[in-house]
Design a protein. Structure first.
Length: 113
């Protein structure tokens, strides 16, 4: 089981993404204050890059670890800023929850099946 940081500003969507993380065999963690260092180690990050604050947080984590899988779940198609995260996958809302779960399992293969 790995820790997956869920960076989503909307509480209802954050709850839904957390459910997907749990179903994929991981522990969802959150960072509402921007102090992701205390959440380490992380297995992956799920981020809504349309939020400048969340994008910046994900970019900082990505800069610290080229191997950290980042999955974008956004209301926007890929942008230069979201592409700079080198995401494992970029989903445009709405998308199928099963696709995210499958992608998360592929990004972090140690997940319990």
């Amino acid at each position: 089981m790995g820790r997956v940081l869920v960076l989503e500003a909307q509480p209802e969507l954050r709850d839904l993404l957390s459910l997907v993380v749990r179903r994929a065999g991981h522990e969802p963690v959150y960072d509402d204050r921007g102090g992701a260092d205390e959440l380490q180690p992380l297995a992956a990050v799920i981020v809504e890059p349309a939020s400048d604050r969340l994008l910046a947080l994900a970019a900082g984590l990505r800069a610290a670890s080229d191997e950290l899988p980042v999955i974008c779940v956004s209301v926007l198609p890929p942008t230069p800023a979201s592409r700079s995260l080198a995401p494992f996958e970029h989903f445009v809302k709405p998308f199928r929850i099963g696709e995210l779960e499958s992608t998360l399992r592929g990004a972090v293969p140690s997940a319990a099946g």
